[in-house]
Write a protein of this length. Structure first.
Length: 405
């Protein structure tokens, strides 16, 4: 069946954000009825929404499903502004390959493992402060501070400046919470800040990621604007998303006391638990990943109703839909901390696979290991229904997470 034969949109997307961390039911509904569905987006037109793991992975892997065209203001989209997902997610090869290569060596398994001791020390210092206080608010007192230390040290941002990360990142990751003017102002402010750091590295070289990018700039491999944009990308992606995932993971475990104690009994259980929490928690509001087809692509070839999507069409491939496909994950909405063969797509797949995936895994594993060790009886300090959840942002999570032990 061709795209033209099913061109009538069947629903609007995205749907209203569910309460807390529930997964949008539209994914399961469409997966069972119309797994390749025509939907209306909020801006500029329609797209194809995918809900099966196999199709989503195929789109991520296909060189004919591209990102650069998503920056065109005339391209149908979910966000109010085109190109709102950063520099690397707005490029295709060869430019994407060149710029990703400029920073890839800083995110290898060996480099990330070298950061583990410092991350552990930072987590323990923060935990000592929590213990002294007797109770804690995890978001501001631990998750965001740890994330700021890890990404700040990697980039080379002075410690005194890191308290601005939250405002910058949340504004840049706004969908509707901030106005376009506020987003543009935050982007300018953040760009100016990193341009200042670039200037400092030109005058006094540093052994940090910004310093390495400046070395590439002086060798003619990068422009100054590219260095600033890459630093901005890494800050926004590396700070808020990891902080929110940690917060949401602790919330999920703290509301399941048996699960928290099960992890505390054996630290070896934490790494697979991190993978399961990455799989099942819908971190991205709306859970979308967009591509534009550069050539016709046929999906669902293994079904009775394959669909050929024409060139120039927008395809929305939500990772949370792939991660909750029952054909791949048994009992997909259940949190099974010991799940085996956890082939989730939370970090994407293919050329745009998340550059910081190993860094995020390390940070989450260290943070949860230290928290369950320090607080084996950790629990919410308020009833769950009293928590307020963020809206209007590309990242989900509670505004605050009060805890006691």
């Amino acid at each position: 069946m061709t795209a033209a034969a099913r061109a009538t949109p069947i629903c609007d997307f995205p749907v209203a954000q569910p309460d807390a961390l529930h997964v949008e039911t539209v994914f399961a509904t469409l997966r069972s009825r119309t797994p390749i569905a025509r939907v209306r987006l909020p801006f500029e037109g329609c797209a194809w929404l995918l809900t099966r793991y196999r199709d989503i992975r195929a789109v991520f892997a296909s060189p004919d499903c591209r990102r650069a065209a998503t920056t065109d203001p005339a391209t149908p989209r979910i966000l109010p502004r085109a190109g709102g997902e950063g520099l690397l997610m707005s490029l295709d090869a060869p430019e994407h390959t060149r710029l990703r290569g400029a920073v890839a060596s800083w995110f290898t398994a060996r480099r990330v493992e070298a950061l583990r001791p410092a991350t552990r020390r930072a987590a323990r210092t923060l935990i000592a402060e929590l213990r002294a206080a007797g109770r804690a608010e995890l978001v501001a007192q631990f998750a965001q501070r740890l994330s700021a230390i890890v990404i700040g040290d990697l980039l080379g941002v002075p410690a005194a400046d890191r308290n601005r990360f939250r405002r910058w990142s949340q504004t840049m990751l706004s969908s509707t919470a901030a106005t376009p003017e506020q987003v543009a102002a935050a982007a300018r402010e953040l760009g100016d800040y990193f341009d200042h750091l670039v200037g400092e590295r030109v005058r006094r070289p540093h052994d940090d990621l910004i310093g390495a990018l400046v070395t590439g700039m002086r060798a003619g491999r990068l422009t100054r604007a590219e260095v600033v944009a890459l630093a901005t990308d890494l800050l926004v992606a590396g700070f808020e998303t990891t902080s929110a995932q940690l917060t949401n993971s602790v919330y999920t475990l703290a509301t399941r006391p048996d699960a928290w104690r099960w992890l505390a009994a054996d630290p070896a259980r934490i790494a697979p638990a991190v993978e399961e929490l990455l799989r099942v928690l819908p971190l991205g509001a709306g859970g979308f990943r967009a591509r534009v087809t550069a050539a016709p692509i046929t999906l669902g070839a293994d079904t009775a109703a394959p669909v050929t999507i024409a060139a120039g069409e927008v395809v929305i491939a939500p990772t949370i839909a792939a991660n909750t496909d029952p054909d791949v994950f048994a009992d997909p909405l259940a949190v099974r901390l010991d799940r085996e063969r956890n082939r989730h797509l939370t970090f994407g797949h293919g050329a745009h696979h998340c550059l910081g995936a190993q860094l995020a895994r390390m940070e989450l594993t260290v943070a949860l290991t230290e928290l369950v060790s320090a607080f084996p009886d950790l629990r919410l300090a308020v009833p769950g229904h009293e928590l307020r959840w963020r809206s209007g942002l590309q990242v989900r999570g509670p505004h605050a997470l009060p805890l006691t032990w």
